[in-house]
Design a protein around this ligand. Structure first.
Ligand code: ATP
Length: 218
């Protein structure tokens, strides 16, 4: 098990947003956290990344209790959180964004980035920005990617590209936890999906049957 949480409570000050969360992620898996707006997905991912202090419970990563350690230490252990709008520096060129973290050769094809690498990242489309975020994260050699709604705001074609790139990273052994509210998107990617509603994990399902997932929700 690379990641597990034990009775994890997440929230803000006295406000409990996600309660008694017990999830586990194996090395190399893609695990989905699927639920509607406001269900607590972002809060949960930010707590695992160390950006929010847990209100209770424990988080284990690669056999270590990381509950109390700062976000910077978690980064050193290989945990990367990618927010829904990505994390690119808009004023830097496309290539310089990657150069911040990687000096060697860049495999542009792997990330489907067929763009002018000298232009500011601000000129990229939403989908291309998401792909650049993934490339940046990849070149930091992550052990665990925490992706917050990677499909958000994207057209079908761009979603397809993001799915393709994430599948390639999975083939290379990168473990991922993906928060999503797009059932079709997450069912194409995840090995298993936790369904979260109002801050509570309601079910754990295999993702090979989208209809079953949707029946469980609605
Ligand atoms: P979304 O798709 O909107 O991001 P989500 O499932 O990621 O949904 P969260 O963003 O984790 O949900 O929000 C869960 C709840 O936490 C919401 O009720 C939200 O209002 C509340 N919340 C979020 N940020 C804060 C904050 N800084 N302080 C207090 N409550 C917050």
């Amino acid at each position: 098990m690379i990641l597990s949480t034990s009775n994890l409570n997440c929230g803000y000050g006295k406000i409990l947003v996600a309660e008694n969360i017990n999830i586990h992620v194996k090395q190399g898996e893609i695990v989905g956290i699927y639920g509607p707006n406001g269900a607590g997905k972002t809060t949960l991912l930010r707590t695992i990344a160390g950006l929010l202090r847990p209100l209770g419970g424990k988080i284990f990563f690669a056999g270590i209790d990381i509950t109390g350690i700062p976000a910077s230490e978690r980064v050193r252990l290989g945990i990367r959180y990618i927010p829904d709008r990505g994390n690119v520096f808009r004023s830097l060129s496309v290539e310089d964004n990657i150069r911040l973290v990687h000096a060697g050769e860049i495999d542009w094809d792997k990330f489907l980035l067929k763009v002018d690498r000298r232009m500011p990242a601000a000129n990229l489309s939403g989908g291309q920005m998401r792909l650049l975020s993934l490339a940046m994260a990849y070149y930091t050699r992550p052990r665990l990617l925490l992706l917050d709604e990677p499909s958000q705001g994207l057209f079908q074609r761009a979603k397809h590209d993001v799915i393709h790139v994430l599948k390639t990273l999975k083939e290379e052994g990168v473990t991922m936890v993906i928060a999503e509210q797009d059932a079709e998107f997450i069912s194409k990617l995840a090995d298993r999906i936790y369904i979260i509603e109002s801050g509570i994990i309601k079910k754990e399902v295999l993702s090979n049957n989208l209809e079953n997932i949707l029946k469980l929700i609605h």
